[in-house]
Design a protein around this ligand. Structure first.
Ligand code: PLP
Length: 397
């Protein structure tokens, strides 16, 4: 018998199953929205990043259809060769206007935007300081850059300062990386203080606004706006795929930064331009975000209501002692549970009650947790059903 050089794959899969870390795709049928059909069952959707409900908005669909009819389905080449369309430019200028930056550059995904920006900004002679809970795309961008990579404790300014004091002088450039809204926790980074430290230690800052764009800030521009940090020197990255209901990513910043990335970011240079449909849908979403702030207010009404109700529930002391609420300042709420097996079990129980909540496990997050996300298009009754479901599944017997 010849040896099978692929046999290790099945062994690896077995290990994942044994640790309750195995994951597989699940099918959602029909239109995106606050109520979806999951495995044939109608469920209230608390597992989507479509915070404003724009992914199912007919105005985005109409814009996408019109773009396809005008330009076709594919953009047929990389942006520097034959893939650049006037639509891309319109979208980039709309992003720059929203963010109040000089310019912006659209990538095929947020993941590619992070990888491209980070590996263009730093190299082997440089230092990257990264929040330990940062998104995978920030961590992998830092690895790809070849820079020395040091994690600092989650949102810890004292640890960040200490790392800067000990390490900064040994390197040419330094880049601090942080999510603005932490995707698997829901808390916010202390952005103004991070920028102060960066200034003090001659360091660049890249902030990932994936879960903040369209959600935070009075104009929906994100955490940078929320914290009053527009105009400070920083690199903003984000996605078109969450509150903007489309697909793609972007970097926003100074004109020279964007010009540099167009020449030095391989994940932008050597990939096909964003499709006309995705580009047009994102452009329409930005228009809506700016003209309909009431969507954002509705989302925040839901956030405050759920937060208040969860506070009350936890004050009763009734939730089982191994469950813990994580601090949140966003539409992302996380409830930590004992372990991976428990989070899957509770997730299934909630689903039987018609509630679709994501069970998140390592390595996506450091501990197992239920991740609940709210949408502007939820109704108050949806939230009440969620609260009832959490009471049933999390309270001590
Ligand atoms: C989702 C996400 C990304 C990736 O964006 P995509 O457009 O989905 O590739 C990057 N950073 C953070 C923090 C995210 O949550």
């Amino acid at each position: 018998m010849p040896l099978d050089p692929y046999a290790w794959i099945d062994k690896s899969l077995d290990t994942l199953h044994r640790a309750d870390w195995y994951r597989s795709v699940k099918s959602i049928e029909g239109m995106a929205g606050p109520v979806v059909t999951f495995d044939g069952q109608e469920v209230i959707n608390f597992a989507s990043n479509d915070y404003l409900g724009l992914a199912g908005d007919p105005r985005l669909a109409a814009a996408a259809i019109e773009a396809i009819q005008t330009y076709g389905t594919g953009s047929t080449g990389s942006r520097l060769l034959s893939g650049h369309r006037p639509l891309h430019e319109k979208l980039e200028s709309a992003i720059a206007t929203l963010k109040q930056t000089e310019d912006a550059l659209v990538f095929s995904s947020g993941y590619l935007a992070n990888i491209g920006a980070i590996s263009a900004l730093v190299g082997p002679r440089d230092l990257v300081l990264s929040d330990q809970y940062n998104h995978s795309s920030l961590k992998n961008g830092a690895r790809m850059s070849g820079a020395a990579l040091v994690d600092y404790a989650h949102c810890s300014l004292s640890d960040l300062r200490q790392q800067l004091q000990e390490q900064r002088h040994r390197y040419r450039r330094c880049l601090i990386l942080t999510d603005s809204v932490f995707s698997m926790d829901g808390d916010l980074c202390p952005l103004p203080e991070i920028l102060n430290l960066a200034e003090q230690f001659d360091s660049m800052v890249l902030v990932d606004e994936a879960h903040a764009t369209g959600v935070l800030g009075s104009g929906g521009a994100g955490c940078v706006e929320h914290f009053g940090c527009r105009g400070r020197p920083l690199v903003q990255v984000g996605t078109l795929s969450k509150a903007l209901g489309s697909l793609g990513g972007y970097v926003a910043g100074t004109a020279s930064l964007i010009d540099f990335l167009r020449n030095r970011a391989p994940s932008w240079i050597y990939t096909t331009g964003l499709t006309p449909a995705d580009t047009a849908a994102a452009l329409k979403a930005i228009e809506i975000i700016q003209s309909e702030p009431e969507m954002r207010s509705q989302l925040w009404n839901h956030v405050h209501y759920l937060k208040h109700q969860l506070d009350q529930l936890w004050e009763t002391g009734l939730p089982a002692h191994h469950t813990k609420r994580l601090p949140s300042d966003s539409p992302i709420f996380c409830i930590e549970v004992q372990d991976a097996a428990a989070v899957i079990r509770v997730g299934q129980q909630l689903r039987q009650l018609g509630l679709f909540v994501s069970p998140v496990r390592p390595p996506t997050s450091p501990t197992s947790r239920l991740r609940i996300t709210l949408m502007a298009s939820h109704m108050r009754s949806h939230l009440d059903q969620l609260l009832l479901g959490l009471k049933k599944t999390l309270l001590m017997p």
